[in-house]
Design a protein around this ligand. Structure first.
Ligand code: F6P
Length: 492
């Protein structure tokens, strides 16, 4: 039987993720202000909770308090149940875990973001870093505690036989931990990131690499965004755990677990509707005035190392150097959301982006021409407005689970934007036919693709953009979530 809690207060469907659908800020007069949580995972799932599929009953979202304001909100609600004290959680029932601040910092910043994120996105240089000593062992112990706290909360809140959908690299140990106490549950894990090949993943200490894979294999189903990431995960299981691989199924430790693909897309009608709202139109008008008659090369990213913003700016500089005929006729609009600024690597990266944008401005800017415009802010309507105006949309990550900007941008593009797309983005497995595909490390090839995009014949770019918009809307969040739920419920 399910431990703890009344049956009536338990949920049939649970989602677990580090970042929840709501975050808090403290207003001028000290009150808590609820805001929508950020990031691709939340954008995908937030829509789903507004209309939990018929017959599922209540969906409970378990997440962590990320800031002091979040902790205050979590403490003010009995058992961290934010919805029960009237906070606007966007329609979800939310349990926010108020974990010890130091433990959270070690698990989230030191392990999840500074180590696992780097390994999964190939951001470490193996010859230089990292080195896993005593402080990493201490941080890893915090990550284990953090995963246990989630597993305990889920075990307590889940009704008998409930479905639990665990999200991402923060929570790799949860499936196996949860299975130990609640074998009655149907458990899925979804990776929103890429996965790295075994020769790179093995950079982690052996016990850690094995614990992550075994933890995930505690699930009934494992979901990935693109074929290459699922294949890399299976290769890691074969090489590190000695697992048997048959097709898309991994067998190890007496369990067989299927790896499935769910290439998350965007809700095209809803996004187009959002783009037609007055706030987005007003911002589009401001940006159009700023750009004057210039054609627009646009990018929208978090200030994130894997997004490869510096090489993108370098490529734009090479393009301007190679094509003086474009001086005065093009502007690069860079919208960057501040991200993970608790980590020095991210602060330094943001500074590098700012420096390079300033150098381009110094080299080419005139009294009448702004060659590049960088905005570091989290103004979503402004980014959406930028995407509607794009002539060329640049998405050149070193690696990316999917990259929803590639999809959002093509859906709202009014100009029939040309998509310059990294071959290392998950989105490339669906969008390669009509994008200009680039090697993200090759700055010159990226510069050439910008030029090809700006000079593409209007009929061709519109035809390509139309097909890309169709692909982008193929698996919107509700269908993406519904398909996972159907598979997890369908049994072994
Ligand atoms: O897997 C990617 C992800 O978890 C997405 O939610 C989002 O793109 C990003 O990472 C958010 O990171 P953070 O929650 O650390 O800001």
């Amino acid at each position: 039987a399910a431990p703890g809690g009344e049956r009536s207060s338990q949920a049939e469907l649970l989602v677990a993720s580090n970042r929840g659908p709501v975050s808090f800020a403290i207003g001028d007069d000290g009150e808590l202000l609820a805001r929508r949580g950020g990031g691709g995972l939340v954008s995908g799932l937030a829509q789903v909770v507004q209309d939990t599929p018929d017959g599922d009953g209540e969906l409970l979202w378990v997440c962590t308090a990320l800031s002091e304001a979040d902790r205050r909100a979590a403490r003010s609600a009995p058992g961290g149940r934010l919805d029960q004290v009237g906070f606007d959680t966007g329609g979800a029932s939310v349990k926010m875990l108020d974990l010890d601040r130091v433990l959270f910092d070690r698990a989230y910043n030191a392990v999840a973001n500074r180590t696992l994120w780097f390994v999964l996105h190939l951001l470490h240089s193996p010859s230089m870093e990292p080195s896993f000593g005593a402080s990493f062992r201490r941080d890893w112990a915090a990550y284990e505690h953090y995963n246990s706290a989630f597993a305990e909360a889920l075990a307590e809140q889940a009704a008998p036989g409930a479905c639990v959908l665990v999200q991402d690299y923060h929570l790799t140990l949860v499936p196996a931990l949860l299975r130990q106490t609640r074998p009655d549950l149907r458990i899925a894990h979804f990776s929103h990131t890429p996965w790295s090949p075994p020769e790179y993943f093995r950079m982690l200490p052996d016990s850690v690499a094995a614990a992550i894979l075994q933890g995930m294999l505690g699930a009934d189903r494992l979901g990935f965004l693109a074929p290459a990431w699922a294949a890399a995960f299976r290769d890691c299981c074969a090489e590190i755990l000695g697992a048997q691989i048959e097709g898309d199924t991994v067998s190890a430790g007496g369990r067989s677990v299927r790896t499935s693909l769910y290439p998350l897309g965007v809700d095209a009608p809803e996004l187009r509707d959002r783009a037609s709202h007055p706030d987005v139109r007003a911002r589009a008008a401001e940006l159009r005035e700023l750009a004057g008659d210039c054609r627009l090369v646009v990018r929208v990213d978090r200030t994130e190392l894997s997004k490869n913003i510096v090489r993108g700016l370098d490529a734009y500089r090479e393009f301007l150097r190679a094509h003086p005929e474009w001086h005065g006729r093009v502007m690069h609009l860079v919208c960057a959301y501040p991200s993970r600024h608790d980590l020095p690597e991210y602060r330094e990266y943001t500074a590098a982006v700012q420096r390079l944008a300033a150098e381009i401005e110094d080299e080419f800017g005139t009294d009448t021409w702004l060659p590049v415009h960088l905005e570091i802010s989290d103004d979503f309507p402004r980014s959406l407005a930028a995407m509607t105006l794009a002539d060329v949309l640049v998405v050149n990550p070193i690696r990316d689970g999917m990259n929803l900007v590639a999809k959002e941008g093509m859906v709202v593009s009014a100009e029939g934007a040309v998509l310059v797309l990294s071959r290392e983005a998950g989105a490339c497995s669906e969008m390669a036919a009509d994008a200009l595909v680039v090697n993200p490390y090759d700055v010159t090839a990226t510069a050439d693709a910008m030029y090809a995009g700006l000079t593409m014949a209007p009929a061709e770019r519109r035809a390509r953009a139309g097909r890309l918009a169709t692909v982008a809307g193929a698996l919107p969040p509700r269908a993406w979530f519904g398909a996972q739920l159907a598979e997890i419920r369908s049994g072994p």
